[in-house]
Design a protein around this ligand. Structure first.
Ligand code: AMP
Length: 228
């Protein structure tokens, strides 16, 4: 290899319950590292909005706050990693969520010549998560998210890119009873991944309490120390 031309590849996984800020942090990290963010929830919501067969297949499961099947998600991520923009890696947000998905991810990353995942778990107490999600609003037209506590005018002031008609609403799966179900599913199905990645020495944990920039700074420190 020519000196100075070594290419750094990143496989970063953000783990954490619903509402800890994975999406926000994944976006910032992806921009900083110039690699794509792969949010399986966003991909599935886009399929639903576009009325595709896949979207219709997953809509009810998602509205109930339950997990879509491992096979479907693994194929979805395989298809996404197959695109040329992931040549230097990706920030994965919302995948893996189960042990079979984590096993599959390891194989997929090897298949696409990417390094084993570096996993950052973001921790926020459940009570704060429920409070955050009750004030989260999303535009179903363009996907932008808002926090009503920070931006009281989000409902009326939002303008979609390309002049499309905005539709800012509480996400179907952010209703408090559905949030409780999603937290329970996280504890049962996803939290075993913490031990899974700890054993592989791939896990870093940061607190998700504080401003976006404060949490981002904690993640950046962990990434620096892991990639030195
Ligand atoms: P999120 O936006 O990451 O909270 O995901 C929203 C919903 O999409 C979840 O509640 C699941 O129904 C579905 N989903 C997203 N990612 C996965 C995954 N890795 N495995 C199973 N279901 C998923």
């Amino acid at each position: 290899m020519c000196p100075g031309l070594a290419v750094t590849r990143y496989s970063i996984v953000l783990l954490g319950a619903v509402g800890v800020g994975k999406g926000t942090q994944a976006k910032k990290l992806a921009e900083a590292l110039k690699i794509p963010q792969i949010s399986t929830g966003d991909i599935l919501r886009a399929e639903i909005a576009a009325g595709t067969e896949l979207g219709n297949q997953v809509r009810e499961t998602m509205d109930r706050g339950e997990l879509v099947s491992d096979d479907l998600l693994i194929e979805l991520v395989r298809g996404r990693l197959d695109k040329p923009d992931t040549a230097r890696g990706a920030v994965l947000d919302g995948f893996p969520r189960t042990i079979p998905q984590a096993d599959a991810l390891e194989k997929l990353l090897a298949e696409f010549d990417l390094p084993p995942p570096l996993v950052i778990s973001i921790d926020v107490p459940d009570a704060l998560i429920v409070e955050r999600l009750a004030s989260r609003r999303v535009c179903t037209t363009c996907g932008a998210t808002f926090n009503l506590n920070l931006d009281k005018n989000a409902l009326t002031a939002h303008q979609c890119p390309d002049g499309k008609t905005p539709n800012v609403v509480l996400r179907e799966d952010d209703h408090p009873e559905t949030v409780q179900r999603r937290l329970a599913i996280y504890r049962e199905k996803t939290s075993p991944l913490l031990e899974y990645y700890r054993r592989k020495r791939a896990l870093k944990t940061v607190s998700g309490v504080g401003t976006t920039n404060e949490v981002y700074a904690r993640i950046a420190i962990e990434l620096d120390s892991a990639t030195e």
